[in-house]
Structures are given as C-alpha cells and as structure tokens.
Design a protein around this ligand. Structure first.
Ligand code: UD1
Ligand code: CA
Length: 488
C-alpha cells in the first residue's frame, strides 16, 4: 500500500497523570530504554510525517527538555490548563495555524503503539476519503474507555465517553483507542465547535466524529488487529504491565531473528538493542541502551550491558559493562566491571573480579584476576599478573599507564602512572612500578625477604598472636631434646 506523508502527527502529552503519584510527568516514565512519549514518537516517525507536534502542559519544562534531547525535530504547543483532549488540539491549531492534509492524532500514554498500525490507519483513511477515521479495538474490559456508537445498520455514528454513556452503550466492547487520522482542514475547523456539555465539562476531541458526520462527511472506525497495542498507562501497575508486554515483543523479535533467549522471563531488552544470529543470552541478563551483541556471542547469566558492543563469539558472564567495546572472541568475567572507554581487543580477556575504565587492551592480551586497570593502554599478547592495580590517580589528577606488546607482569604489581613498560619486558611479583621499564628488561622492586625472629612476642605482648608465638616456641623447645635422644 502506498501512503502519502501525513502533514502532521499530533501527540497529546499535557496531562498530569495524577494516578502515577509521581513528581515526574506521566509521559516521561521509562520502559525498555525510552520514555513512554519516546516510544509514541518512535511509532509516529514510522509514518514519516512532515511535522510532529507535542502538546505540553503539566510539567512542560521537564517534557520540553526531554524532547529537546530525545526528539529535537518535534515542535511543541502549550496547553496551560488541561481542559480536555479537544481543547488540546485547539491549542495546536491556534498556536501553529490551520493544517491541511492528513493529520494523525495520538495520546502520549500509549507506549505499545506500533508504527505500522498508524501506517495502516492512514492508508485506510485516505482510501476511504474519510473526514476522520478512528482506530477502534475490541477489548476484554472496556471500562473507562470511550465506546464506539453504531446505528441499527451498524454504521459508525460517534463516540460516547464512559462517564456519559447510557447503560446499553456501556455494554459495547468496541472502544476508542484514542488514535485517529483526520482531514487536517476539517480538523482545524471543527475544534472550534466542541462543547463542554458533558460529565467532565471538557472539550472532547471524540465529539468531532458526530459533528463531522452531521455536516455530511464520511467517518470511519477501523478495528485494530492487536488490542494490546492501544493500552494506555495510567498508573504504575499498568506501567509494569506495559513494560512486560513491550519486553516480550522485543524478545520475540530477537528470537525470530535468530538469537537464543534461554529465559525470556528474566531477560530484559531495551528498544535500541540488536542481537546477532546464534548469539545466546543466558538468564537474568539486561541489555540496555544501544547495546549490540555479535553473532555466536554468549552473554550472561547475570549480566547488565549498557551501550556496549559485544563482538562475534565473545563470552561475557556475570558482568556489568557501561560504554565498553568487547572484541570478537574475547572473554569477560565471571564478575567483571567494564566502565566507559574500555576497549577489549579480539580474543582479549578481562577475567574474574577485574575492573576496567578508559582502558585499551590489545588483541590477545589477558587481565585474568583481581585487577583494576584505569586509564591505560596494554599492547598485544601481554599478560597482567593477578591482583595488580593501575594507580591512575595521584590525589589531584589522572595519569596513564602504557604497557607494550608481549609483556609479562608479575602478580600483585602496582603501576604508578604516568609510567611505561616496554615491549617484551617482565616485572617480578610485588613490584611497584614507578619508573619506566625499558623493552626486554626485568624490573623488580620488592627487596629480599627479611626475617626478624621473636618480633611479635617483643613488640605485641599480650595479643593472641604473641600467645600463639610463645606456645609454638615452647613446643619447639620441649620437642628438640626428645628428638635428639632418639636412636638413629
Ligand atoms: C481518552 C478518550 C477515550 C479513549 C481513551 C483511550 C477523549 C475525550 N476520550 O480518554 O474515548 O477511549 O482516551 O485511551 O478523548 N490530554 C491533554 N490535555 C487535556 C486532556 C488530556 O494533553 O486537556 C492528554 C493526556 O495527557 C493523555 C491523553 O490526552 O495523554 C488522553 O487523556 P486522558 O485524560 O487519559 O483520556 P481518557 O479519559 O483516557
Ligand atoms: Ca488515558
């Protein structure tokens, strides 16, 4: 079906959302990596409208700031007082002028809306030559929704709000989704004719249907294929339900595209995440933001990745990573923490209890155990000994450590930045590397072991250690003569 570009999508987002009981305006509450409003705008983008107008009112500074960042091309119209959905649209027309062409109207609290549903709505609307086409839905529980009213022949005649409905109308299970396609010129005119003669004393956009029909225009109600999509979020219980449904949808898309999700019930994806074919996502894993997982990679269990790129075939378990790049075939975890600016080369390793920040680790290099690598560059094929610390902070500024290719550093090393260890160098166990180590040399700073006998009993009298030392000394003294008396 070929569809024209609608003149505009109008998104209503001026309401407070009292039932959220929140300081945050309702439409800014998040699910799957975006605000509810962000999800609605993403669906709106799919119909390629010439302009997007968001009606803001309650919390408009916060909503405006969010839009400036998340949808800078969206325009805003202000509805200072919330006097109904029709009043909100009137504010758009009064502030931005009349519109012509097709105008799509949606509400900002329906985050499950799909772009293709709007595309189908616009196509059907234009094909029928309607003044307005309402997206309707059959729902298990129509309570609270506006009902679709039809005459004896089944022709759509209007919408009646729940609070204004007669008992026989309340029994109708076909409801108004709150998504519409309008003829813009007719919409621009009809918003000036909405009355407030109803239960709430508000201007209802839903009244436009009966008015336009009364003027002799065609009006239509198109039944949505999937009623789940049109569910609105009014409180935090519905927010959690909608998040679950959206997550299920994202997981299903990932599985249909060839990823294995071992436990969909405990796996959470954000809308911007991509997962390659034959990748396996283990239980209790969250992939957030712009995270991408390469083909054949294995992620989880118990892993949270935000804005992180996982290369093909990498294995990442029990790990938290933010803003990291993990190379193909690399090994991460269990129990690693990769912070922004971490770049692990192909087949590199960040092992158990390893934290990295702003660190570039070359191809095949390994940092296997109990180590902090901050502000560092490690070349290829090097190995960092267990329990080492890259000391990047001198109390005032941060400094970098550079480790060359094929370096072997001993266990329990401290690299006091700024410092460099050259290609092919070694360091001994317990070395505090304060000076540059030239290529190919061995650096050792831990001195030979000194033993001061009897120190504990002399310097720590009265402690449990001193008591144990005394007992050991007496046992040794008692045993010695006995042993020397034994025949050979
Ligand atoms: C509305 C519809 C109802 C439909 C239902 C679908 C009307 C009169 N009723 O009812 O037929 O079944 O949605 O979910 O349209 N808003 C403003 N300014 C206002 C009032 C509302 O911007 O003055 C915004 C709200 O922020 C919200 C949206 O419009 O995003 C819908 O408003 P809401 O009060 O939730 O309408 P419903 O009673 O749910
Ligand atoms: Ca609502």
């Amino acid at each position: 079906m070929s569809v024209s570009r609608p003149a505009a999508v109008i998104v209503l987002a001026a309401g407070e959302g009292t039932r959220m009981k929140s300081r945050l305006p309702k439409v800014l509450h998040e699910m799957c990596g975006r605000s509810m409003l962000g999800h609605v705008l993403a669906a709106a983008e799919e119909v390629a409208p010439q302009r997007v107008v968001v009606v803001v009112g309650h919390g408009r500074e916060q909503v405006g700031a969010h839009l400036a960042e998340a949808a800078p091309k969206a325009e805003t119209a202000v509805q200072a007082e919330q006097k109904g959905t029709g009043h909100a649209v009137r504010m758009v027309i009064e502030q931005l002028g009349p519109v012509s062409g097709t105008v799509v109207l949606v509400y900002g609290d329906t985050p499950l809306l799909r772009g293709r549903t709007l595309t189908d709505l616009v196509a059907g609307h234009e094909e029928a030559g309607n003044a307005v086409t309402v997206l309707s839905a059959r729902v298990p529980d129509p309570h609270g929704y506006g009902r679709i009213v039809r005459d004896a022949e089944g022709a759509f005649t209007g919408i009646v709000e729940h609070a204004d409905a007669a008992p026989e109308q309340l029994a109708v299970d076909e409801i108004n989704s709150g998504m519409y396609a309008f003829d813009g010129a007719l919409l621009s005119e009809v918003v000036h004719r909405l009355s407030t003669d109803n239960a709430k004393g508000e201007e209802y956009i839903t009244d436009a249907v009966a008015i336009l029909r009364g003027d002799g225009h065609r009006v239509g109600a198109a039944l949505a294929r999937d009623w789940v999509e049109i569910q609105g979020v009014n409180d935090r219980v519905q927010l959690a339900q909608a998040r679950r449904l959206l997550n299920d949808r994202l997981l299903e898309d990932a599985m249909r595209a060839g990823a294995t999700i071992v436990d969909p019930a405990t796996t959470w994806l954000d809308a911007g995440v991509s997962i390659g074919r034959d990748a396996v996502i283990e239980p209790q894993t969250q992939l957030q933001g712009a995270t991408s997982v390469g083909e054949d990679a294995h992620v989880g269990p118990g892993t949270v990745l935000r804005d992180t790129v996982v290369g093909a075939g990498a294995v990442v378990s029990n790990t938290v990573a933010h803003g990291a790049r993990i190379g193909a075939g690399a090994l991460v975890g269990p129990f690693s923490y990769l912070r922004p600016g971490t770049v692990l080369g192909d087949r590199a390793k960040a092992g158990t209890f390893v934290e990295m920040k702003n660190a570039v680790v070359g191809e095949g290099s390994k940092v296997p155990h109990l180590t902090y690598v901050g502000d560092a560059e490690i070349g290829r094929g090097s190995n960092i000994g267990a329990s080492s610390v890259f000391v990047n902070y001198d109390g005032v500024g941060k400094h970098r450590t550079t480790i060359g290719d094929h370096v072997r550093t001993g266990s329990d090393n401290t690299f006091v930045a700024p410092v460099e260890v050259g290609d092919g160098a070694y360091t001994g166990a317990g070395t505090v590397v304060r000076e540059n180590v030239p290529p190919g040399s061995l650096a050792v700073s831990a001195g030979g072991q000194r033993v001061i006998e009897g120190w504990v009993e002399r310097k720590r009298p009265g402690t449990a250690a001193a008591e144990a030392a005394r007992a050991a000394r007496e046992d040794a003294a008692a045993e010695l003569p006995e042993m020397s008396n034994k025949p050979e």
